[in-house]
Design a protein around this ligand. Structure first.
Ligand SMILES: [Fe+2]
Ligand SMILES: [Fe+2]
Length: 178
């Protein structure tokens, strides 16, 4: 039976695995541009942190007749954005980088903005805009990575799906309140 030629032979695989073992999960077969992926992930990390802070602000400042349920939704989103930030940080380390959690320049690294909002409707609208920014930026990152780093791509796809849920939650709230 003919061997599948597109697979590296086992001796070469074993030999390569012994080289640069200090790089851990990053092997010679890693096809993506690591520096670029790390930069993208650090920008995404900044975006998530800015989103956590904005949702927290909105959670504590929500007031008015519908405040309670909306404030609870803001808090849930804040916690989910924090979980995204943690996932991204973990992947950055796995790829041999370091998560940039410095407050300095956080807002300029972030894709989304930090807008406080005057009232409940404003807050929901600002959060919806931020989610839509995140959705498009995650989609672009996923397209860029393609098949070159499937672990990072899968993580980003999971986050994207949740940002889409967030946007849907917010547009539903707006329809209910508006
Ligand atoms: Fe997120
Ligand atoms: Fe989100």
């Amino acid at each position: 039976m003919a061997k599948k030629k597109f697979l590296t032979d086992v001796r070469t695989l074993r030999k390569r695995a012994r080289q640069h073992i200090e790089q851990g999960a990053v092997t010679q077969g890693y096809r993506a541009k690591r520096a670029t992926v790390l930069k993208l992930l650090n920008d995404a990390l900044a975006t998530e942190i800015v989103c956590v802070l904005r949702y927290k602000r909105h959670h504590f400042m929500a007031s008015g007749i519908h405040a309670q349920s909306v404030a609870a939704e803001f808090l849930q989103h804040a916690n989910e954005e924090q979980a995204h930030a943690d996932e991204i940080s973990q992947r950055i380390v796995q790829l041999g980088g370091a998560p940039n959690l410095s407050p300095e320049g956080m807002l300029s690294r972030s894709h989304s903005e930090y807008v406080e909002g005057e009232n409940l409707i404003d807050m929901i609208k600002e959060d919806l805009v931020a989610e839509r920014v995140a959705i498009d930026s995650y989609r672009e990152m996923i397209d860029y990575i393609g098949g070159d780093d499937s672990t990072t791509r899968r993580m980003l796809e999971g986050i994207l799906a949740m940002e889409e849920e967030h946007a849907e939650d917010l547009v539903t709230l707006l329809a209910e309140l508006g």
